[in-house]
Design a protein around this ligand. Structure first.
Ligand SMILES: Nc1nc2c(ncn2[C@@H]2O[C@H](COP(=O)(O)OP(=O)(O)OP(=O)(O)O)[C@@H](O)[C@H]2O)c(=O)[nH]1
Length: 257
């Protein structure tokens, strides 16, 4: 049971944001988070969130938390840098969790590169946020299924064919919760760091975007070249040349590994 003192400390950092008639998002933060990745160091403001019933109070969240087995699921995060609410220009990255790329540095994809690069871009720009979306693993199929998709890819399927062969759509990700929280943290338009037209469309629908997006190609290796090419050819990822060196640009007509 949470005591009066803890309630006082925590309640001002817990925000209930209505999702619909029956559900809310419980946003907790900010927590000061100094990070270091190689030579890159910065201090972000960190938030996490959890869906709860709309009728839930902050006191109930605290009372129930120790019984909730939250480690069995995964919660999403937001890393905020700078004066996110008020700065005229801010960069945003909606990053889909990639256990293999982000944590292990897998070179089957470009996810780890994109995560770390976008954090650095936001800090260099002076203001922005990374939304780290924990229910997006494998473009929405989950980690266990992604392992099977990789096994199929080791047997000649491309990334889209492997999802379909397992009975999934290519991409089942929703950005709605992240967008709701973005609106809670910042009302002004932001610039999205992405190559993915679906992400742009999701935010554009809510009127949250500045005119241009920032492409994020790079981190290409022999082991992810075919994956990146498939994203362009089959998932419509936008291939822009802006600012890229020749060897950073995905080359079309890579052969299947
Ligand atoms: N199903 C599946 N998911 C993958 C594969 N490789 C990476 N992913 C997942 O794909 C997600 C990242 O999606 P991408 O399509 O690479 O990039 P994006 O997020 O759509 O677009 P960007 O904003 O440009 O990065 C992460 O959740 C990864 O876990 C794969 O071969 N199969």
């Amino acid at each position: 049971m949470t005591m009066k003192k803890e309630l006082e400390i925590l309640s001002e950092k817990i925000h209930l944001i209505k999702r619909n008639e029956t559900e809310s998002l419980c946003l907790v933060g900010p927590v000061r988070l100094p990070v270091k990745q190689g030579d890159f160091e910065a201090t972000f403001q960190w938030y996490t969130w959890l869906p709860v019933e709309a009728s839930t109070t902050i006191e109930q969240v605290l009372e129930n938390i120790s019984q909730s087995n939250l480690a069995l699921g995964q919660q999403s995060s937001i890393l905020v840098y700078g004066n996110f609410a008020d700065e005229e220009e801010a960069l945003i990255r909606m990053h889909s969790i990639c256990h293999t790329g982000d944590i292990f540095g897998s070179q089957r994809c470009d996810c780890g590169y994109q995560l770390h690069q976008s954090m650095q871009m936001i800090v260099e720009h002076g203001c922005g946020a990374v939304f780290y979306l924990a229910d997006h693993e494998g473009r929405g199929i989950g980690l266990f299924s992604k392992t099977m998709a990789y096994l199929l890819q080791e047997n000649g399927y491309d990334t889209v064919e492997a999802n379909h062969a397992l009975g999934f759509a290519d991409d089942t990700r929703s950005y709605e919760d992240a967008i709701l929280l973005l609106e809670a943290l910042r009302q002004k338009p932001s610039t999205l760091i992405t190559n993915n037209p679906n992400k742009l469309a999701a935010l554009q629908k809510h009127g949250l975007l500045a005119d241009k997006h920032i492409p994020l190609w790079g981190g290409m290796t022999e082991t992810n070249r075919f994956y990146l090419q498939t994203k362009i050819e089959k998932a419509g990822h936008i291939l822009t040349n802006g600012g890229l060196e020749d060897d950073e640009r995905p080359v079309l007509h890579a052969t299947r590994p």
